[in-house]
Design a binder for this molecule. Structure first.
Ligand code: ZN
Ligand code: ZN
Length: 420
């Protein structure tokens, strides 16, 4: 029969790489606990409408990249392309947004986008992200940038830079859009087909276009920062003051606009020196209109997200070979022959209550059991033979010093004197 392969754009996470994933997740939970964020787990599919409203009809994600299908009950569903819209939906649905209460949530898991696969870019990829919902204060923006920064350091990354911008709000953005259209109008014929469409609906998205021809045309485009209203300008200055107070260095990048419709005021990205042209390892921003967009009351929020496949690429570029060393067994229980099997099973079960223990599962010779123990990096090999068992002892070999000792079985079972 023909072999069945994983779908294009997906990847299996195999050992030993799966160890990195477990370790990233472990460090994430631990860091988020210290920062006071709690985990939220939402479904991997939602109604299509959520993303159309939450991510935005005009976004590339909704226009081209969603996995949308009709289920047997005639519902239009989409595999989630990102996490924030689902978090906002769940917060509204479960009445988590109370006046005066600030929600701090994080999530991690697979996301789905029908995109062209490339190095580190998959159709099923993994994101981690956090949201602060219920505060319009600049200190909430700094909390999100701060926790992302701390998370990146916790993963062991170096050579990171925060880029910061403000994309304005529904009050000051129309004036900016007009200025941008005036700048782009004479260049319109040189822009790609997508950007020609964006020109009327959402010209800001042209600044985000990855087509080289478009990137050349937007050089010298007016900055959102020159069009900010009083409120947005003050907010932007306060966010900078908070970041300075928190000891986070940043640079202002007036060309930074994020690809999603829902961002207001703060937009930011973190870049990694080792990743080349596409150097962002993640980013986010403020989304004061999103909760209303998905049917809740007015509730401002700010968040970040990062792609874990990108993080692993960045770690590789930094020369971090291993996030977590392989688990080496403390003991390998070897048997001289099959008569010792039952005692070996009893002993390995007892040892596993105190540490990591292995035994042969294939009926191999004693010599090849020693080879297995060596390959696994076992600290000690316990040799059980019928005669030793009768005498209530076992031979224990220290694999580093090659010293052998006869140890009473009772001691091995109880861990008494820890001579083994
Ligand atoms: Zn504004
Ligand atoms: Zn373009």
């Amino acid at each position: 029969m023909a072999k069945i392969q994983a779908p294009r754009g997906t990847h299996d996470i195999l050992p030993p790489e799966s160890r990195h994933w477990i370790e990233m997740e472990r460090r994430t939970h631990e860091l988020m606990r210290r920062w006071g964020f709690e985990e939220i787990r939402t479904p991997m599919f939602e109604s299509e409408e959520l993303f159309v409203r939450g991510v935005g009809q005009g976004s590339d994600i909704v226009r081209k990249e969603m996995y949308t299908f009709t289920d047997k009950g005639d519902r239009r569903l989409s595999l989630r392309p990102e996490g924030t819209a689902s978090v906002a939906r769940a917060a509204v649905e479960h009445g988590m947004l109370q006046p005066g209460r600030v929600l701090k949530l994080y999530y991690q898991g697979p996301m789905f986008r029908y995109d062209r696969p490339a190095a580190g870019r998959y159709r099923q990829f993994h994101q981690m992200g956090a949201e602060v919902i219920g505060s319009a204060a600049p200190v909430a923006d700094a909390e999100i940038i701060g926790v992302f920064w701390a998370w990146l350091l916790e993963m062991g990354l170096q050579g990171l830079t925060v880029r910061l911008n403000s994309v304005g709000c529904p009050v000051c953005r129309p004036a900016y859009r007009e200025r941008l259209r005036d700048f782009l109008r004479p260049k319109l014929e040189w822009l790609c087909g997508d950007c020609k469409e964006r020109f009327e609906k959402n010209p800001m998205r042209i600044l985000d276009c990855k087509v080289p021809g478009c990137q050349a045309e937007i050089v010298g485009a007016p900055s959102t920062l020159d069009s900010l209203g009083e409120e947005c300008r003050t907010h932007f200055e306060e966010v900078q003051a908070c970041l300075q107070a928190a000891g986070i260095r940043f640079e202002i990048d007036p060309g930074l606009v994020r690809g999603l419709d829902y961002y207001t005021k703060t937009a930011f990205e973190v870049h990694h020196a080792g990743l080349g042209a596409q150097s962002a390892v993640g980013g986010g921003g403020r989304y004061d209109g999103l909760v209303e967009e998905v049917g809740g009351g007015s509730s401002p929020g700010v968040g970040f997200s990062t792609g874990l496949e990108r993080i692993l690429l960045a770690l590789e570029a930094d020369g971090v070979a291993e996030l977590a060393p392989p688990a080496r067994p403390d003991w390998f229980v070897a048997t001289v022959n099959s008569d010792a099997r039952d005692e070996a099973l009893r002993l390995v079960t007892a040892l596993r209550r105190r540490g990591a223990a292995e035994m042969d599962l294939s009926g191999a010779s004693l010599k090849s059991q020693f080879k297995q123990a060596d390959r696994l990096g076992a600290a000690k090999v316990i040799v059980l033979g019928p005669r030793e068992i009768e005498r209530g002892v076992a031979m224990v070999r220290d694999m580093a010093t090659h010293q052998e000792n006869e140890v009473p079985l009772k001691e091995l079972y109880t861990g008494g004197s820890e001579s083994a």
